[in-house]
Write a protein that binds this ligand. Structure first.
Ligand SMILES: [Zn+2]
Length: 295
């Protein structure tokens, strides 16, 4: 059997940092190379949706029954051959995609990952947060509850319903922003903040199963976790109302809660993170540009 190796990444590897705004989406085309004895039914992996960029989540399809690995790590494939790939904010270079078709033939491809620039702000002279013992206890308990909620993952690819904005409003803080506080880099902003008045309905951004629904977590305040399947998850934070229960299946567009400013928040907004395999991805790369409702 023939192995197909495509190197698409060389040029990008040596290029300077590019901003997302100035660069057309680096969409990988389905491989143009096919063996002379191409089988009619062979479905080489193709990108269906999303961006191959730092913080980008992407949705693919290949021949059903295939095994998929990215940088040697296995990726779930559903019965129709759908799978998901995500690249962390600080991913550098290219990733090696390996697909093993049901008959054992291997397909390899280098996936170039576009570099982006993220906003870094330095803030000096601010007091750093200190937590009381009670707060630390609460934070530990809540961390364990989140881990428990994430211990059972849906294999159903609910995300195939597609994604839409859960709230419309001004984007007040972007994914990837990072503060350097008194010289110490803090964790980067893991999601997209959408400013909207308290009480504004929050819709499920895609179909999925509720795995956690809490009204008063220390950091997140009102928090809903939605398992979209294949290790894709939405976390919706700072909600003033939580209208769903764990175990419930919600459809894309269904009301699940309301915007608030609960937890560690400085004003009413929705914080929305999309996670893939537990790593935060940038929702803005996946969705059409935000058009706020006129107010
Ligand atoms: Zn946020």
């Amino acid at each position: 059997m023939q192995k197909i190796a495509l190197s698409l990444g060389g040029a990008l590897l040596v290029s300077a940092c590019v901003t997302a705004a100035s660069t057309a989406p680096a969409l990988a085309e389905p491989a143009a190379v096919s063996s002379a004895a191409a089988q009619e039914t062979r479905m080489e992996p193709g990108l269906r949706r999303g961006r191959l960029a730092q913080g980008g989540i992407s949705f693919w399809q290949t021949e059903p029954g295939s095994e998929v690995y990215i940088d040697k790590k296995p990726v779930q494939v559903d019965r129709d051959g759908h799978f998901v790939l995500g690249f962390e904010r600080d991913f550098q270079g290219s990733a090696q995609l390996l697909v093993v078709f049901p008959d054992g033939e291997e397909y390899r491809r280098l996936v170039p990952v576009e570099e982006r620039e993220f906003k870094i702000s330095r803030i000096d002279g601010l007091p750093d947060n200190k937590y009381t013992d009670e707060e630390l206890d609460q934070i530990r308990k809540e961390t364990a509850m989140k881990a428990e909620a994430r211990s059972q993952r849906a294999k159903t690819s609910y995300w195939r319903a597609g994604f839409d904005w859960p709230v419309r409003g001004r984007i007040s803080s972007k994914y990837g922003n990072q503060r350097i506080l008194n010289g110490v880099p803090k964790r980067f902003h893991s999601g997209t903040d959408i400013a909207a008045p308290t009480g504004t309905p929050v819709y499920a951004p895609s179909t999925g199963k509720i795995t956690l629904a809490q009204s008063d977590f220390y950091f997140e305040g009102g928090l809903i976790l939605i398992d979209h399947g294949q290790e894709v998850e939405s976390a919706m934070m700072h909600l003033s109302k939580v209208l769903v229960k764990p175990g419930q299946i919600v459809s894309k567009g269904e009301v699940i809660g309301a915007v608030g400013s609960t937890g560690r928040s400085t004003g009413p907004h929705l914080h929305w993170t999309i996670n893939w395999k537990g790593k935060p991805m940038d929702a803005e790369l996946l969705l059409p540009p935000m058009v706020p409702l006129s107010q």
